[in-house]
Design a binder for this molecule. Structure first.
Ligand code: ATP
Ligand code: MG
Length: 331
């Protein structure tokens, strides 16, 4: 089935055929569940309850000309299946109710019309430490538990990793990549020229880190641990969207998290303190290197964020990131 919010009878038949609803539970509405780029995600209401239906198609939903690996749906479903019973992990994930590998379609518990954490990018208020504590305990337990629990799935997620690798570690650092930075923000191109493109060795460094990202590890990562994957609901903070999960090095999840805490206005050292307190031991050098690359790729790559930052603020963070990667810039 090609999921379509305007085809309620088709959705109802599919739910009936897959025994998710009974004949006396008609579907009454379907609407976009929230902001998302990769997949087609609907909130489907029956007379009894509300469900999330998330379909992966062989392209990026928002940019249908860009192909995207279809197995991301299988990976996300396998992540939910492997982790749902883990204490302090499963309780912060929505319940996966059904997965159809043929239709690349998941039926997920609706956590309600919560908001994700991207509003904190505006830096109007600080991301509460109690929320961060929950998220870091989730991450620590996920990482730890995955090392102790054998799973049926190997979580290679190779194609998604290749896609991410290109957009995180490679493309933003190619000087002739054709991305119109001025169209994103006036002054961004010249910022790139006097920072990331003034250091020819930067791409060598990012590609070397990229190899660590691509290497298989022993720890199951969420793979996209940033404010867009954190939902505030009436039942507390939840984590969604593990389609980029893989077995790798835990420093990647933490590094991405660190970069985004910075975007939310937290200082680098305060964020690291929180990691020490609530996550525990971690590879601080690798985490900070991944954070540095994440900052740069969000400024100068395709996957832009709704950040409320002028060029001077971006310059400060760019310099910090490059310093972290061992590249000094002239003042
Ligand atoms: N279980 C859920 N309960 C409530 N809302 C949800 C749930 N799952 C997803 N949503 C809503 O739908 C939006 C899109 O979901 P999700 O992030 O999983 O899709 P995506 O297409 O993979 O997004 P992205 O392009 O950011 O990767 C979320 O931001 C959230 O608002
Ligand atoms: Mg996603």
């Amino acid at each position: 089935m090609h999921l379509d919010k305007d085809q309620l009878p088709e959705i109802e038949n599919w739910l009936l055929d897959h025994q998710i609803i009974a004949g006396n539970e008609p579907v009454i509405s379907a609407e976009k569940a929230g902001e998302g780029n990769m997949n087609y995600t609907l909130r489907v209401k029956t007379t009894e309850r509300s469900l999330i239906l998330k379909q992966a198609r062989p392209y990026v939903e928002k940019y249908p000309t860009i192909p995207a690996p279809i197995e991301r749906a299988d990976m996300e479903a396998a992540f939910f299946a492997a982790t749902s019973s883990w204490e302090r992990v499963g309780g912060m994930l929505p319940k996966s109710l059904y997965f159809s590998p043929e239709d690349h379609l998941q039926v997920i518990e609706d956590l309600g019309e919560g908001t994700d954490f991207t509003a904190y990018y505006a830096q109007k208020e600080a991301l509460p430490e109690s929320d961060l504590a929950h998220l870091l305990v989730f991450l620590r337990t996920l990482h730890q538990q995955s090392r102790e629990t054998p799973s049926a799935t190997n979580f290679q997620n190779r194609a998604m990793r290749e896609l991410n690798h290109f957009h995180i570690f490679d493309f933003p650092f190619q000087q002739e990549n054709g991305l119109n930075l001025e169209a994103i923000q006036p002054g961004l191109q010249s910022l790139a020229e006097r920072t990331i493109f003034s250091h020819p060795t930067l791409r060598t460094k990012t590609l070397a880190l990229g190899q660590i990202y691509l290497a298989d590890g022993d720890t199951l990562l969420h793979g996209d641990f940033f404010p867009g994957s954190w939902l505030r609901t009436r039942r507390g903070v939840f984590v969604i969207d593990p389609e980029f999960c893989f077995r790798g090095t835990p420093a990647f999840d933490l590094g991405v998290c660190l970069a985004h805490l910075c975007f939310c206005g937290m200082t680098w050292s305060a964020a690291l303190d929180c990691f020490n307190t609530h996550y525990g031991e971690f590879d601080a050098a690798a985490c900070q290197d991944f954070a540095a690359v994440e900052i740069l790729r969000r400024f100068f790559g395709v996957a832009q964020l709704p950040l409320d930052m002028g060029i001077p603020e971006k310059e400060t963070l760019t310099r910090l990131a490059m310093e972290q990667l061992g590249l000094e810039l002239e003042l």
